[in-house]
Write a protein that binds this ligand. Sequence first.
Ligand code: GDP
Length: 334
Amino acid sequence: MKNYKRKRRLPVQDYIDGILRGDRVILSRAITIIESNLEGDKILAKEIVQQILPSSGKSIRIGITGVPGVGKSTFIEVFGLHLVKEGHKVAILSIDPSSQRSRGSILGDKTRMEQLAILQEAYIRPSASGDTLGGVSNKTGETMLLCEAAGYDVILIETVGVGQSETAVHGMTDFFLLLMLSGAGDELQGIKKGIMEMADMVVINKADGDNVRMSKMARLQYQNALHIFPQSESGWSPVVSTASALKNTGISNVWDEILKFKELIEENGYFLKNRNHQQIKWMYNNINEELKQLFYGSKDIKSQLNELEEDIVSAKISPVKAAQKILEDFKKSF
Ligand code: GDP
């Protein structure tokens, strides 16, 4: 009975109508379908996304990253509350691809942002990305479109800041925010240069109490560090600021910078250009994933690959020739 209830689905139009009128229960149920791996759900999910597409896109998409403990949840809560006060509707999608989140930690997250979670203007959803990068782009990306269609005009996508998921999140957002701490080297914080390079803004969090002076110094250091990166195509120079999520200082400044950024890229055309580029890249990423699955998922190919591996090791065939041979055979099967 429980199983039956969980899998019960509505007609497509009910999801569309519900999402468009901002019904959070329907929105959540539609996101569950997006996250589902059942074949029937996959078809339904594509239909829902296709139909809400014209109503999506009207938001600013912000990626937020930083190592565990930097204060992401605390920051997002006060930042979200600020945005709601400014009249916005905020959707928060959290990704943690390094660990498959259990229901327990999902609830844990909700309690961590408890003031925000009870507001009608905020929607918090841990994003079940599975364990592939393709999963992050597809499931989180489509969830984001649904939230936009439901009227959320600020989308915050939170990720952990140590893995590859940052690249995926950067590839689906307009603005990338990196939270850091003072007094710890980059290596200690596990932040890779590539992630620094993606940042439109670096916020040194926990700039309170004894930490204020150190945070100001860290700010200068990061400012200098960011100067060595080439100018971004957006025309925006990354900014570094300090904040305390705990004491709620420096938070409104982050939003002010994002608004300045948005104004700049809307004026110089980068906003649209980047979004179009992201959409097209999303398609190619999907094609690449599907092709890989088609190829490596085939039983025939698997056994041929095993044989070829042996032939390579025993120098019967060169690696290049082996690759060519198997691809030729694969092409013939079409
Ligand atoms: P997350 O793992 O990045 O989501 O970090 P959390 O938001 O869970 O915060 C980790 C710890 O740092 C918690 O104990 C917070 O209370 C604390 N914290 C978060 N922001 C600040 C801040 O601005 N100042 C200080 N002093 N502590 C903070």
